[in-house]
Design a protein around this ligand. Structure first.
Ligand code: SAH
Length: 213
């Protein structure tokens, strides 16, 4: 498929939805999302929809990926420093993050998806992406402190480990369960005066689960 033109159209749509950070739009235009989904789903790869990636999990919608990474970057002029992603899934968002941050640590609790992400990312040769297998609710202390933490799965609350591993001046973006079992995007800034949080729009993510599987 001539994915370049299709991807450009996707990026134009993202910009139309309000994503304006040129580094984020550039990264969304550069990473070939169709390489991260099953061959049967390739023709839907650039639609703004989540798609199954196996083991009951999904690749997030491009609209949500770009929105969350824009929030994570918070207007930073150049690249972010070290970033932690919880929920590698198929590795798509990790690849996008590799273009906007110096180092990306991405952790997945399902072995099958961790392996799939490794396979998907192999041909891209992204030396700044570090794929980890484990329970992301504990964060990854060896990479801390992080300029940014981004979660692709939603829990009842943000684990304290994530807040602890966030650098001062850093930002965390995660879906959290609000009333009635719905989820909303939480943005948490760690400032010298303490933690500042805001709840934004409703989102739909797979649940954050503890332990490995
Ligand atoms: N960013 C991914 C989205 C994957 S869906 C992509 O681009 O494809 C979210 C993923 O979070 C699922 O694969 C799920 O297994 C994983 N997950 C849920 N709870 C987790 C935890 N505690 N630690 C690590 N990964 C977790």
């Amino acid at each position: 498929m001539d994915s370049h033109a299709v991807r450009l159209r996707m990026v134009q749509k993202l910009a139309g939805q309000g994503v304006s950070d040129p580094i984020v739009l550039g990264a969304m235009g550069a990473i070939e999302r169709h390489r991260f989904v099953d061959s049967a789903l390739v023709n839907q790869a650039y639609e703004d929809t989540s798609l199954p990636i196996g083991l009951g999990q999904t690749i997030s919608k491009p609209g949500v990926v770009s929105r969350m990474i824009e929030l994570l970057r918070n207007g930073t002029a150049g690249r972010l420093g070290r970033v932690l992603e919880i929920g590698t899934g198929c590795g798509y968002q990790a690849a996008v993050l590799s273009l906007v941050a110096d180092e990306v640590y991405s952790i997945e609790r399902l072995r099958g998806l961790h392996d799939k992400a490794r396979e998907n990312l192999r041909h891209l040769r992204l030396p700044n992406v570090h794929l980890l297998f484990g329970d992301g609710m504990e964060g990854f202390v060896k990479g801390a402190p992080y300029a940014g933490i981004i979660a692709a799965a939603g829990g009842e609350a943000v684990p304290q480990a994530w807040v602890d591993q966030l650098a001062e001046g850093g930002r965390l973006v995660a879906p959290v369960v609000t009333g009635g079992g719905t989820q909303a995007l939480l943005v948490l800034d760690k400032t010298p005066q303490g933690v500042r949080q805001s709840l934004l729009e409703a989102v739909h993510f797979v649940p954050l689960k503890s332990g490995i599987g």
